[in-house]
Design a protein around this ligand. Structure first.
Ligand code: ZN
Length: 351
């Protein structure tokens, strides 16, 4: 079951610097970010500017007609202090208006506080003024990336796209928002798949309360795509998350998944084999292993040092920072990981 979780989490948290971006890039407007349209002014604390254009209210925010780009695909816009949502007509048709807006209202009650937590956790590393992030819904799976991802952040065009369901959105949105903060809203940006993913996981799951994530009702069984994570995250806490990363890493290095494809933090499909239980590169680690390695470095040398160097691209420079070659670092970390698993009693039996 843990295997399923991490397969799913790797899928869910796919970053959009790879094939999925290329699939969509030609269709996306070539703006760096969506400027709020005239009918999508911030409404959190202000009176609606153009009452006539307010189509309905959701969670205290007004939904207006999209007068900007791609209005046929996304006919409605909702703006909060920290986000501009583009609501897809196909999703409204798929779910029905009431169910669609009920799901949106549900996530909105947690989202602003979660986003504020993420910005606070990254204070001094990101811009003081963070613009609202553009979020598009695509529950119908029209984007190519939805085949492989639960959500993704497109770093080139600069938007988050949410796939499948509102629960999936709650699962992934804060992780994707951290991508937006560290890839877009910083002078010194995260530049590698390894740092992108480990920082997004660290901030969204260990530094933030992540109300959206915690509010998922994992006991509901009408969402098969989340069943495999329910067993792991039904009573989520930080220790459980850390232990999952460690025990899952242990499984990779002990051969449990030999020959099975997995999505690595470099955003491609990789494999392990009996004669190759550790990868050659940091970016070929699974999400769980990359997170375990990041925890090893942070717990041993300090989180500040780890985060201070998040713009490193070359993996040998990162290893060198800690006095190792990449190969040595992987060996040292994997020993640490195995020791931790034995100490904590979280090593799973070999199948
Ligand atoms: Zn990610």
């Amino acid at each position: 079951m843990k295997r399923l979780f991490f397969v799913l989490s790797a899928i869910l948290l796919l970053l959009a610097f790879s094939a999925c971006e290329q699939k969509e890039s030609t269709a996306e407007p070539q703006t760096t970010r969506a400027e709020p349209t005239a009918s999508a002014e911030p409404t959190a604390s202000a009176e609606p500017k153009a009452e006539a254009s307010a189509l309905r209210t959701v969670g205290g925010y007004i939904v207006t007609a999209n007068e900007g780009q791609r209005k046929n695909e996304y006919p409605y816009v909702l703006q909060t202090k920290n986000s501009v949502w583009y609501l897809a007509s196909a999703d409204l048709d798929l779910m029905g208006e009431e169910a669609f807006y009920a799901g949106l209202e549900d996530i909105l009650q947690y989202m602003e506080a979660d986003m504020a937590d993420a910005r606070k956790a990254l204070t001094s590393r990101i811009w003081k003024e963070v613009p609202p992030v553009e979020i598009r819904t695509d529950f119908c799976g029209k984007a190519g990336a939805s085949q492989d991802a639960g959500a993704y952040y497109n770093g080139r065009v600069n938007f988050i796209k949410l796939f499948h369901s509102w629960d999936m959105a709650k699962f992934a949105l804060l992780h994707e928002y951290v991508h937006y903060l560290t890839i877009h809203c910083a002078e010194k940006k995260t530049m590698s798949g390894f740092y992108n993913e480990t920082v997004a996981e660290y901030v969204s799951k260990l530094l933030c309360e992540n109300r959206m994530f915690r509010s998922i009702d994992f006991n509901r069984n009408d969402q098969p795509e989340l069943n495999s994570v329910a067993e792991i995250w039904g009573d989520f806490d930080e220790t459980k998350y850390r232990n999952s990363c460690l025990s899952e890493s242990d499984n990779y290095t002990r051969g449990t998944y030999d020959g099975q494809p997995y999505t690595c933090v470099g955003q491609y499909t990789a494999y392990r084999w009996p004669n190759k239980r550790l990868p050659d590169h940091l970016y070929e680690l699974s999400y769980a292993e990359a997170m375990s390695l990041a925890l090893y470095l942070m717990e041993t040398y300090g989180a500040e040092k780890y985060l201070d160097n998040w713009d490193i691209v070359e993996e040998d420079k990162l290893a060198d920072l800690y006095g190792y070659t990449v190969e040595e670092l992987l060996i040292v970390w994997s020993r640490w990981n195995a020791e931790q698993c034995a100490k904590l009693g979280i090593r799973m039996e070999q199948p």
